[in-house]
Design a protein around this ligand. Structure first.
Ligand code: F0G
Length: 365
């Protein structure tokens, strides 16, 4: 069967009509990948799965929401879209806008977005405005601008973004034949995604397509953890630049998802994120960006605190956790190169190569 995008796949759950002209890049239907090595390392009764959202068309989960937001912007007669972004939203917005024939404007914090994401916005023809400030300030600016100008705001405060992103929950439940995971693990930045997933699980449960609901486990970076600390962070800091956010727009909805699901929102240090980032790539062969690793780091942290010891699975005899790997590792090559060992540089002869790879002693003449 020809692969289609999330609006076609889940049309009956989304606010579109027969006459809606759908703008899609065939996003969604991303794979659930088992993580046996990580599972073994984390907890004896836990099966960890990755939902690799880095395999979406622009390399992040944003495409699920952007197909809806841009489709509706076009339907409502807008000629341009705008967003504030730590990078991925700008990449996605500019790609979908290009496809729809709309102009796109993206506001990003100067010097704090990963190279791959910046290159995407540029090549898709967005007007890229780097502000001398952070994401929270950029979001304030685009909110103000769209109040007075006819430009569609495509940040996750746009309800269509949440509608599109909730399809991730549908896919997970469908892949597990109607069973939601016991734990849904994800990084939290502006808090749109945790809001969307919880909405998706609840709607699927109400439609009797999911037999149970997961506990939502969200993780912020310690230097950018307003929800955990209970107050905005004026100068958020973390090497996971995607979640470098101090005043999330969907703060209240994230707390609701946490509380209604019986889950938690906690924080992890940059060192913990870095360790998880390397571990995922080195032990499971899956390369996700640093922000995605915050979820894995959190899972490891709470497991070590005994969080899973008294939990029971919904079905079967093993607990199941799905971790959303929100963005592809290739988005941020600089972080990978900094985190890993440097390549060997040697002369172009066999002895030098053998020496570099530890297969023989250097030959001396
Ligand atoms: N992971 C990645 C890779 C992200 O790009 C983001 C958010 C998140 C996690 C957090 O998701 O904001 O829904 O809680 N990126 C936004 C952006 C802010 O502008 O690309 P959230």
């Amino acid at each position: 069967m020809l692969h289609c995008g999330v609006i076609e796949r889940y049309r009956e759950h989304l606010p579109v009509t027969e006459s809606t002209h759908v703008i899609s890049l065939n996003e969604g239907s991303t794979p659930l990948i088992s993580a046996p090595n990580l599972s073994k390392a984390i907890h004896p009764r836990l099966d960890v799965w990755f939902k690799f959202e880095g395999l979406n068309p622009t390399g992040s989960f944003k495409d699920r929401g952007m197909t809806m937001a841009v489709t509706k912007a076009l339907e409502e007669g807008f000629k341009a879209v705008i967003c504030a972004s730590t990078g991925n939203t700008s990449a996605s917005a500019s790609a979908y806008a290009a496809r729809a024939g709309l102009k796109s404007v993206v506001l990003i914090p100067e010097g704090k977005i990963a190279l791959g994401k910046l290159s995407q916005a540029m090549i898709h023809g967005a007007i890229v405005v780097q502000i001398k400030g952070n994401f929270d300030q950029a979001l304030q600016l685009v909110r103000a601008i769209t109040e007075n100008h006819p430009i569609a705001l495509v940040n996750s405060i746009n309800p269509y973004r949440i509608e599109g992103q909730k399809t991730g929950a549908f896919e997970i439940v469908d892949d597990f034949d109607g069973r939601a995971p016991d734990f849904h693990v994800l990084p939290v930045g502006n808090a749109g995604n945790i809001t969307a997933y919880w909405k998706g699980y609840r709607e699927y449960n109400e439609a009797e397509k999911a037999r149970n609901l997961p506990r939502m486990l969200g993780f912020q970076a310690a230097g950018a953890a307003p929800i955990v600390l209970g107050k905005p962070v004026k100068h958020p800091q973390t090497f996971a630049t995607a979640i470098r956010i101090g005043n999330p727009a969907s703060w209240a909805a994230a707390e609701k998802a946490r509380d209604e699901s019986g889950g938690l929102i906690d924080m992890v240090t940059d060192d913990e994120i870095r360790a998880a980032y390397k571990m995922m790539a080195a032990t499971e062969g899956v390369f996700a960006e640093p922000a995605s690793a915050a979820g894995i780091a959190g899972l490891i942290k709470v497991a070590q605190q005994g969080y899973f010891d008294d939990k029971e699975p919904f079905g079967g005899d093993r607990l199941r956790a799905v971790c959303i790997l929100t963005g592809h590792g290739l988005k941020d090559p600089d972080s990978a190169i900094k985190a890993a060992e440097e390549p060997h540089t040697v002369e172009a002869n066999e002895d030098a190569v053998l020496e570099a790879i530890g297969l023989c002693e250097p030959v001396t003449v």
